[in-house]
Design a protein around this ligand. Structure first.
Ligand SMILES: Cc1cc2nc3c(=O)[nH]c(=O)nc-3n(C[C@H](O)[C@H](O)[C@H](O)COP(=O)(O)O)c2cc1C
Length: 365
């Protein structure tokens, strides 16, 4: 499938950065799930640009739910969400059409779509399109919360500045969801913001690591091999523009460990409930949840559109050129991408839970 993800619960995305609308269709969710408009609005606020450390493009994200919700509840039919694009400045892109922005999708899209692609503002490849995914994700997130499954993401590291590690998981998840700049330590926030501003002043950009935890996932969800929980979540994460890596649990650190350090010892509490003493495997064994929190890290690259002069090609006229990018861009996308990570994780988990227990599992009892 091309712009569609999922088996029991599916997500389709459409739209271009400077077209009239962007949108998403979330299909297969159970009927009767409460859809709280405040949740959707809040999630969209977390994706919106945040002052000096973000693009100057301001979109109100005045979404419309065109189908699938009646009297505040899902009907069980496709939920179609449409968001108009209002703040577009297409002339910035017309001047430079044919000049491939290094690190961006301009040249690759031209090769695939033979020049018919809407190139304005990055077209279908723009981070703008992710706002529709966030609106759909807010519905999925609320459905999970009814099952006491909660998730949250923080900027684990940005330009070499680390955040503190997750502590009390539910409290940290709740705290992160109130923050436009999702870090657990205010000291780290100051340093990270300073790094973004420094890069922006140099006409440059920075990357980051986002770390996500999910609590409350029942043990036994996921398939061995091709539809492992890691595969399905990674499938979603790599759909996010700018994501270049996904690591579960200890991730790269596994390469430095011995088995005796890497293995998560199993224990039982006084009620016979199984738990692991450590969580290096990120809550997944054999592609299947083991009941520990699901934990993974997403690598976000530095924003490709930077103002520094770079070498490129003009793919229309077939010549080497220099490029000085204009337009409005994020010097870092990590803080805005966080809610996209949360949203697509929530939708992936809804799909996997519906596969495991049936569509009505997520219905409110
Ligand atoms: C929320 C969000 C905002 C983004 N903003 C920009 C931006 O302002 N400028 C830019 O060049 N790329 C931006 N990107 C990243 C590009 O869309 C992405 O790097 C590009 O489509 C190429 O895809 P790839 O990096 O996954 O290979 C943004 C991504 C997200 C998720």
């Amino acid at each position: 499938m091309k712009n569609t993800f999922g088996t029991s619960v599916s997500l389709t995305v459409f739209g271009e950065s400077h077209g009239p609308f962007i949108g998403a269709v979330l299909d297969g969710l159970a009927p009767g799930i409460e859809v709280n408009e405040e949740d959707i609005k809040h999630a969209l606020t977390l994706r919106r640009p945040a002052g000096r450390i973000s693009t100057a493009r301001q979109e109100k994200d005045e979404y419309v739910i065109a189908s699938g919700v009646f009297e505040g509840k899902t009907t069980g039919t496709p939920i179609a969400i449409i968001i108009p694009n209002a703040d577009t400045r297409s002339k910035d892109y017309k001047k430079t059409y044919g000049l491939a922005r290094p690190g961006h999708a301009d040249f690759a899209a031209f090769c695939k779509y033979h020049g018919f692609e809407d190139y304005r503002g990055g077209g279908h490849f723009s981070g703008r399109v992710t706002s529709a995914l966030v609106a759909a994700g807010a519905v999925a997130r609320a459905a999970l919360a009814k099952k006491e499954i909660y998730l949250g993401t923080h900027i684990k590291e940005l330009a070499g500045v680390p955040d503190r590690a997750f502590g009390s998981l539910k409290a940290d998840i709740d705290d992160l969801y109130t923050k436009v700049f999702p870090v657990l330590s205010s000291e780290a926030e100051e340093k990270m913001r300073a790094e973004i501003e420094k890069a922006a002043a140099d006409g440059d950009s920075v990357g980051a690591l986002l770390e996500t935890v999910v609590i409350g996932m029942p043990a036994g969800v996921g398939e061995p091999y091709f539809d492992s929980l890691e595969s399905v979540i990674s499938h979603m994460m790599f759909a996010i523009p700018g994501v270049k890596g996904v690591l579960f649990g200890a991730g790269m650190d596994f390469a430095k460990m011995r088995g005796s350090e890497a293995n998560d010892a199993f224990r039982m509490d006084e009620n016979g409930k199984v738990y692991t003493k450590t969580n290096n495997n990120g809550g997944v064994n054999g592609g299947i949840t083991n009941g520990s929190p699901v934990r993974f890290t997403t690598v976000i690259k530095p924003t490709p559109s930077i103002y520094k002069q770079q070498q490129t090609i003009d793919f229309v006229n077939g010549e080497e050129k220099d490029i000085s990018i204009e337009g409005r861009h994020d010097p870092c996308i990590a803080h805005r991408a966080r809610i996209v990570v949360d949203s697509l994780t929530a939708i992936a988990l809804c799909d996997m839970l519906a596969e495991r227990y049936g569509t009505d599992y997520l219905a409110v009892e």
